[in-house]
Design a binder for this molecule. Structure first.
Ligand code: GLY
Length: 356
């Protein structure tokens, strides 16, 4: 079991536990940071049949009074309608300011639960129990919460830090190769940003047999960034490497291309653009592209630069007429560049140039 600590805004910190068996012992673990209270576990139709009863029992045995709320699996549940229904469910269960929400699932469940917990009664506490690699290495840590609007991804949300993150690595064993690859994309992103050891697990190693190390490397880097810049005024923008094209790709595919796969294409695009613009040596660029492909992820974008730029212009990261884009300089270091929205098409075009 690995225990890491993230220092949240205001100097509060929360534990991030990664290890085997946490699904069974979560009640004990959570009761060490919260007195028994009413709990609402939020999960989805894929995860609930596997783990909801185990988590419910563990929390009940630890003295919590447990309610559950299950939503349909998939990105469609990150909607205003599902968010509203969850708030009503909190109210129906008579949840108070001292009660607790538990997000049991992947990024959709974590984002939805965190947003509802942040809004209900102007904010109640929540914990994350990620059951996907993508959520374990990125989304469950750092307090970003959101739902999608018709106009784009994550356009309604707030920063609301969890009070604990509990990742049982055994739950990752049931993931499909496609879901594992989704998580690999975010882990490779973190490696490119600031952790060459993590990158090398994906470049040469066997990540599936080193999941605890993968997650703790990613959590260590992300905790450092979030501690320094919890609300993304500066250095946290680095974590958006590849995400500006990725969000456009997800939307243009009608979410058929999953988040991790879209991030992989976005990483490949920013890598090619960085080489073309002279920021990144071409052999390092080649290593990044090979590493993405080695982990069953796409490096070729099916869309044109112009249409992607139009969609990305409404991305929430666009402030007024400018947007911050992230470009690799070497494996383990990236640069932030503020560009005009009107320059996005040329950047994407550089990212598409030379793709197979
Ligand atoms: N997923 C990027 C962040 O949490 O800032």
């Amino acid at each position: 079991m690995k225990k890491q600590i993230l220092t949240a805004p205001g100097g509060e910190s929360y534990p991030i536990l990664t290890g085997s068996g946490l699904i069974n012992t979560c009640g004990q673990e959570i009761s060490s940071i919260v007195k028994p209270c009413r709990v609402m576990i939020i999960s989805d139709t894929n995860v609930a049949p596997l783990y909801l009863e185990i988590v419910r029992k563990s929390l009940a045995d630890a003295g919590f009074s447990v309610n559950t709320h299950v939503v349909s699996a998939g990105e469609g549940s990150k909607s205003v309608a599902v968010f509203g229904a969850l708030l009503e469910s909190f109210a129906e269960a008579k949840m108070t300011r001292t009660d607790l929400a538990v997000a049991l699932g992947g990024g959709v469940i974590g984002d939805l639960t965190g947003f509802a917990a942040g809004c209900y009664l102007r904010g109640i506490r929540f914990v994350q129990m990620p059951t996907t690699l993508l959520s374990a290495v990125d989304a469950s840590v750092g307090g970003k919460t959101a739902v999608n609007l018709q106009h784009g991804k994550n356009l309604a949300g707030l920063f609301h830090q969890p009070i604990g993150v509990y990742c049982d690595v055994d739950t990752l064993q049931t993931l499909t190769p496609h879901e594992m690859a989704d998580g690999a994309a975010e882990a490779i992103k973190t490696g490119i940003l600031g952790n060459p050891d993590l990158f090398s697990i994906y470049e040469n190693g066997n990540p599936l047999s080193e999941l605890e190390d993968v997650i703790s490397h990613a959590v260590a880097y992300k905790s450092m960034i979030v501690t320094e810049d919890p609300e993304e005024h500066g250095v946290r923008k680095l974590l958006n490497l590849g995400h500006t094209p990725a969000h456009a790709i997800e939307r243009m595919s009608n979410f058929v291309i999953s988040h991790g796969h879209a991030v992989a294409i976005g990483l490949a695009m920013m890598t090619r653009a960085a080489v073309k613009r002279g920021y990144l040596e071409s052999d390092e660029g080649t290593r990044i592209l090979h590493t993405i492909a080695r982990n069953n992820l796409p490096v070729v974008c099916p869309y044109q630069a112009k249409e992607m730029a139009e969609i990305a212009a409404i991305d929430k990261k666009a402030a007024a007429s400018q947007i911050t884009v992230i470009l690799p300089e070497k494996i383990g270091r990236c640069r932030m560049e503020k560009i005009a929205i009107s320059e996005l098409e040329a950047l994407f075009a550089d990212g598409l140039e030379g793709q197979a």
